[in-house]
Ligand binder design. Structure first.
Ligand SMILES: Nc1ncnc2c1ncn2[C@@H]1O[C@H](COP(=O)(O)OP(=O)(O)OP(=O)(O)O)[C@@H](O)[C@H]1O
Ligand SMILES: [Mg+2]
Length: 289
């Protein structure tokens, strides 16, 4: 059974796509069969940064939008990438006639069915069923696409930038995730939040750490010890369809920390799943500890 992680955050430009690609690439390098679902269907930035802008290709490559709008299986739009063990379900942004898809409107029109469409498509995909991890990149909103991604997920992870606005907005993202867990998806667990690009000014950095530690204490949501530093290298990666792992040494800024982030994430998952297994065995008659 794959573990499905939704990378969420209602604020734009906080590092959702960058962290989705880097976490997924590291998981793939560790030997885990990993697929990214590009569910930011208006920007399609994961697609752009990995296999390229498929909507501009002559072959009219299909992605998740076509499957959602016209039917079919995600198996038909499950593609290899140049990285071993890393696969992608792309978002193609435009339909065969060049018109923009509006998946948000489509799902809203479908009502309850719309909220559950992504979950159903994932559950019915054989190729996704063979993966160890599925990472879902989301649009910067808490609209129906993000909610449907939380309905499909086992975990949600929140990248945060050390600007005040982003710090405020993560409170709303946490609330949305916990609401989905309470009302619709009891299996959804918050993996936590992490700093996806740390302010270089020591005063701002310190303030951010204090505020986020407070938030973690108040909400009980894990605040990752690993902090990703700002590095100008990240800006050039999407265009070159590369990751920081491909262009820097393991000891360099950003590279080292993304390795650490994935280690910490895997430890978190192990801790959550061990605790869940203990709880389940305690609830089973005759298996009390
Ligand atoms: N650690 C970092 N250091 C410097 N730049 C970074 C870092 N992480 C991400 N960036 C840059 O910040 C910008 C926004 O990142 P990204 O696209 O991942 O955010 P996002 O949350 O997915 O945005 P959106 O909400 O628009 O989808 C990009 O130009 C990316 O290269
Ligand atoms: Mg993005």
């Amino acid at each position: 059974m794959p573990r499905i992680i939704s990378i969420t955050g209602q604020k734009g430009g906080v590092g959702k796509t960058t962290s989705t690609i880097h976490i997924a690439s590291r998981l793939a390098d560790l030997g885990f069969k990993t697929c990214i679902i590009d569910f930011d269907t208006t920007q399609s930035n994961v697609t752009r940064s990995t296999i390229g802008p498929i909507w501009e290709s002559e072959q009219k490559v299909r992605g998740i939008c076509d499957v959602m709008a016209n039917g079919g299986s995600l198996d038909e739009v499950f593609y290899e990438t140049e990285r071993e063990n890393l696969f992608i379900i792309p978002s193609e942004k435009k339909d065969a006639r060049g018109a923009n898809y509006n998946i948000e409107a489509l799902l809203n029109q479908l009502g309850l069915e719309g909220f559950n469409l992504l979950k159903e498509l994932i559950e019915n995909s054989e190729r996704l069923g063979e993966c160890h991890f599925i990472l879902i990149d989301n649009a910067p909103s808490l609209g129906i696409t993000t909610v449907s991604s939380l309905l499909a997920a086992d975990y949600f992870l929140i990248p945060v930038q050390t600007s005040d606005l982003s710090m405020e907005s993560i409170g709303d993202t946490i609330t949305a995730g916990l609401k989905v867990k309470k009302l619709q998806n009891p299996y959804l667990e918050p993996l936590g939040f992490f700093i996806s690009s740390m302010d270089k000014r020591p005063k701002m950095a310190k303030k951010a750490i204090v505020e986020l530690s407070d938030l973690s204490e108040k909400t009980g949501i894990h605040f990752f010890e690993t902090v990703i530093p700002i590095s100008s290298k990240f800006a050039f990666l999407p265009r070159e369809r590369k990751t920081i792992f491909d262009v820097t040494k393991a000891s360099e800024r950003g590279h080292k920390e993304y390795l650490g982030l994935v280690d910490e994430m895997l430890e978190r998952i192990k801790a959550i799943e061990t605790q869940e297994a203990q709880l389940t065995s305690k609830r089973l008659p005759g298996k009390e500890a």
